[in-house]
Design a protein. Structure first.
Length: 276
């Protein structure tokens, strides 16, 4: 996900959760990436989403300049990163053959160096960005395994799907429990039912996952839809990076649907075993 896409998503969340409490179009440039929440002791296993920002009486102060009170502490940020590391199947380092450690400061520097290399910067430009006096320390960033970076992206995107909450619809067990479930013109392939009163002409099912009227079916194969979206994004971003990045919100919403459906199915299985 590009920084601009992430910024756009957070801006939408701020407008939705704190309407009228600040001019968020102005304030967004001062909203920190690692934001202080109401409860910073968050775990990836928690089901309830965190607020976008800690509750405060003066969000308008962000319109003019950054405010330290909205920044997460270093201790909290380290805790979040350790939570990420504790995820099952988190990528293994090909060098140490142990689970990757992203809670250490050098990991961010390593990621930045790799990103700069991937976009084609020369070694001197990379050294300047990383505050190095020469190019000896930047050559290693050109040797990062593409497969490893793909594994990291996969896991971090799942985390973003949990944090960003791009999915705002309602998961349903069957069409009979969905609004418009009996209407042929509201069926979205074999994936979902549209709960909107009026028919829209967007690019279904891809644009649907981020819509509040979207009602994904619990037992449908949303992973196949995710693969199709990611393929479309890869094809688009080659020629149009801005349009390609717009796929990120739908992709995150689809990932959230997949994670939520999996949790609901596992919960149902556990309850079924308890009743046997």
């Amino acid at each position: 996900m590009s920084p601009n896409t992430y910024k756009t998503i957070i801006l939408e969340c701020l407008k939705r959760e704190y309407p009228g409490r600040a001019d968020w179009d102005k304030a967004i440039k001062h909203v920190p990436i690692f934001r202080r929440k109401n409860d910073e002791r968050w775990s990836i296993s928690d089901k309830a989403p965190l607020p976008v920002l800690v509750e405060d009486s003066d969000y308008q102060s962000l319109e003019s300049e950054p405010q330290a009170r909205f920044h997460a502490s270093g201790k909290s940020t380290s805790y979040w990163l350790r939570c990420f590391e504790s995820m099952p199947d988190f990528p293994i380092s090909p060098r140490t053959h142990q689970q990757l450690k992203i809670s250490r400061g050098h990991r961010f520097k390593y990621t930045l160096g790799t990103d700069l290399s991937n976009i084609g910067l020369d070694e001197w430009s990379m050294a300047h960005a990383l505050m190095q006096k020469d190019t000896r320390c930047v050559r290693k960033y050109r040797q990062v395994s593409a497969k490893l970076m793909s594994l990291i992206d996969e896991k971090m995107n799942d985390h973003l799907a949990l944090v960003v909450n791009a999915f705002t619809g309602t998961i349903v067990r069957g069409r009979d429990s969905a609004k418009n479930g009996d209407r042929y013109d509201r069926q979205i392939e074999d994936l979902a039912v549209c709960g909107a009163d009026a028919l829209c002409h967007l690019d279904a099912p891809f644009s649907c996952y981020a819509c509040s009227k979207f009602q994904p079916l619990l037992h449908s194969d949303h992973s196949a839809a995710l693969e199709r979206m990611e393929q479309r994004r890869r094809q688009t971003i080659v020629t149009d990076k801005i349009t390609g990045a717009l796929w990120d919100r739908s992709i995150l919403a689809c990932r959230k649907v997949i994670l939520d459906c999996k949790a609901l199915r596992e919960s149902s299985d556990i309850q079924g075993c308890q009743h046997e």
